[in-house]
Design a protein around this ligand. Sequence first.
Ligand code: SAM
Length: 280
Amino acid sequence: MPSHDEIREAQRAAWAGLSAGWEKWDPVIMDQLGPVTTAMIERLDIADDQRHLDIASGTGEPGLTVAGLAPRGHVVLTDLSAEMLAVATRRARAQGIANVEARVCSADDLPFADATFDSVSVRFGYMFLPDLASATAEFRRVLTPGGRLCSSVWVRPEENPWTSIVMDAIAAEVVLTPPDPDGPSMFRCAAPGCVGDLYEVAGLRDVDEWDVRVELVTRSPEEYWAMISEHVSLAVAALAQVDGPARERIATAVIARAGAHEADGAVRIPGVARCIVGTA
Ligand SMILES: C[S@@+](CC[C@H](N)C(=O)[O-])C[C@H]1O[C@@H](n2cnc3c(N)ncnc32)[C@H](O)[C@@H]1O
């Protein structure tokens, strides 16, 4: 079992490597995940002077959307990866958003005083943290009394064909080691109540969770394959284990399966995320 420092270092290196793919495919990713941002923000009760902390912010969401809703407020984007946050900073500049700052730090060791923020968000970051309980205690610590925490995670792979199409094709070529249930991986928090229980242990009240449907839309099956193979952590790590001919066979299988989702000149592949809200 790797130490927490080793997990953080592995995550830092992995996301540094993925940042170019996230920037390249930014419009497609943001369209896919937009409904999750909307669902999270609806429950965060954002005021126009909100002080908001976005954890594992990556390329900036949902922090940048919150900043747009809080013109007199301030948003801090945090992430372990300086490379991902550099993309977030470029996106903020391109959108003319000035009330944000980016800080490189780990979610379980936040450089902020108690009760600094009115709200905290964690979109698709929870599952990569070394210690979920201590990170949740940190989120609770930096919230003002009455402040809200809202996060999102992926539900099981069977309900997320947008990733399982590729993972099934890779599994037909190589034996994939099942992820450590206590280590970082995309579907680690898929069980109902997984994150809600952490909230309750950390002392949050009015905990609620609900599912949100998403749809990944690409112009063609080939674009779907290129996009997934260049930015999804699970797929990129698994593809690193295969040789050139196997990668070609995987690409052919994925493109054929994605073709079954073509409609009205686009490929539309569904998925389901879960949002979890609680109050400090
Ligand atoms: C799937 S991305 C999510 C990015 C963004 N929130 C979004 O939804 O588009 C996961 C992010 O978690 C970050 N991460 C992984 N371990 C972390 C840790 N211990 N502390 C803070 N961020 C971490 C990664 O660097 C990566 O940017």
